[in-house]
Design a protein around this ligand. Structure first.
Ligand code: UT7
Length: 328
């Protein structure tokens, strides 16, 4: 498949809720402070959705923007992929909610459940669907209302998570935003990161609710070490497969988990932080939405130019991980 006709990102859209929650605000709820949170994570504030604003609502805002920018209508979309760890429901899935909300017709609508790595998984799948000529226009959405699955009594995790959505329209782009190569992976690790209850293993009960078992539990240190290693390995592999050196990467857009994870991994690969998009200081960790929200910002601020190599890197619950190397 030549680069000139391969699947790529035609446009991006993003949405974050209006309400800003600062570290000082969180310090009123749990025993923490702005200095600790900022030093250990890089986060200053995050956006939290209204009680009546759901994952699919945020996704729909992001999709509308992506479609407007591509000068396309909702009915031009042929396939919807929604990456989310905080779906509206188990079923109908969140992709179906998006389909209904935008009156897109009876097109295939699929949720991807690989937590924070969902968007990079989705981009690989979308590129494959387009490259095999099965579909022309595929939407890849990362959307999260993590505040609905956050344990606000656990200071070790509640300071990280936030809400938002981003969407990418994947189509044949004649060289614009071409997905050159992707790789995704997963390895079972329950203890590192999980939501224990709500599935067949542990259906909802008074006990699961009382014990906060419908919310995210994480072993921060273990995930931290894993993430640094994976970001490093994936960056090296992507460069090798793309036939480029790390020096040639114009911008890395990593999952916005923790600035210290990102800095540590990029330092080992030899990519300076001036070539890494960071917006977690303002938006926290929005899981599968973090990469498309950051990509939107990079494009808006002119940080990506035609011909640039852009590397997307993600890791998340599962454990899962993945990258996409893109030639813009
Ligand atoms: O997107 C995928 C999910 N993301 C992740 O899983 C994130 C990966 N991990 C991390 O980002 C970091 O591990 C955290 C930010 C979660 C934690 O930072 P850390 O530097 O690994 O801290 P720690 O868990 O080792 O805790 C250090 C100390 C502990 O106190 P002691 O035992 O040393 O006295 C904690 O109790 O900091 C304490 N601590 C806090 N103190 C103030 C933990 N959370 C807080 C807090 N405020 N919010």
């Amino acid at each position: 498949m030549s680069e000139t006709t391969s699947a790529g990102i035609l446009s991006i859209g993003a949405y974050v809720p209006e309400r800003v929650v600062t570290n000082d605000d969180l310090a009123k709820v749990v025993d923490t402070n702005d200095e600790w949170i900022f030093q250990r994570t890089g986060i200053r504030e995050r956006r939290i959705a209204r009680p009546d604003e759901y994952t699919s609502d945020m996704a729909i805002h992001a999709v509308r923007q992506a479609l407007e920018r591509a000068d396309m209508k909702p009915t031009d979309v042929e396939y919807i992929l929604v990456a989310t760890a905080s779906p509206d429901n188990t079923f109908p899935n969140t992709a179906c909610w998006v389909q209904k909300g935008l009156e897109m017709g009876d097109i295939p609508s699929l949720d991807i459940s690989t937590a924070c790595a969902g968007f990079v998984y989705g981009l690989e799948l979308a590129a494959a669907l387009v490259n095999t000529d099965s579909y022309r226009n595929v939407l890849v959405i990362g959307a999260e209302k993590l505040s609905s699955v956050t344990n606000f009594t656990d200071r070790g995790s509640c300071i990280l998570f936030a809400d938002g959505a981003g969407a990418a329209l994947v189509t044949r782009t004649r060289g614009l935003g071409t997905v050159l190569c992707s790789r995704n992976g997963a390895r079972y690790d329950y203890d590192a990161l999980n939501i224990a209850a709500g599935g067949s293993r542990m259906p909802a009960s008074h006990e699961t609710v009382e014990k906060n078992m419908h919310t995210i539990a994480l072993k921060g240190r273990a995930v931290y070490k894993f993430a640094v290693q994976k970001f490093m390995e994936m960056s090296q592999e992507a460069c090798k497969r793309g036939g480029i050196s790390p020096d040639q990467i114009a911008l890395v857009v990593p999952h916005q988990a923790n600035v210290n994870i990102i800095e540590s991994a990029m330092g080992r690969v030899g990519i300076g932080m001036d070539r890494v998009l960071i917006n977690l200081d303002r938006f926290g960790n929005t899981s599968s939405a973090s990469i498309p929200i950051a990509l939107d910002e990079a494009l808006h601020n002119g940080r990506i130019k035609r011909g640039d190599y852009v590397l997307l890197l993600a890791f998340g619950g599962g454990l899962s991980w993945g990258y996409n190397l893109i030639r813009w």
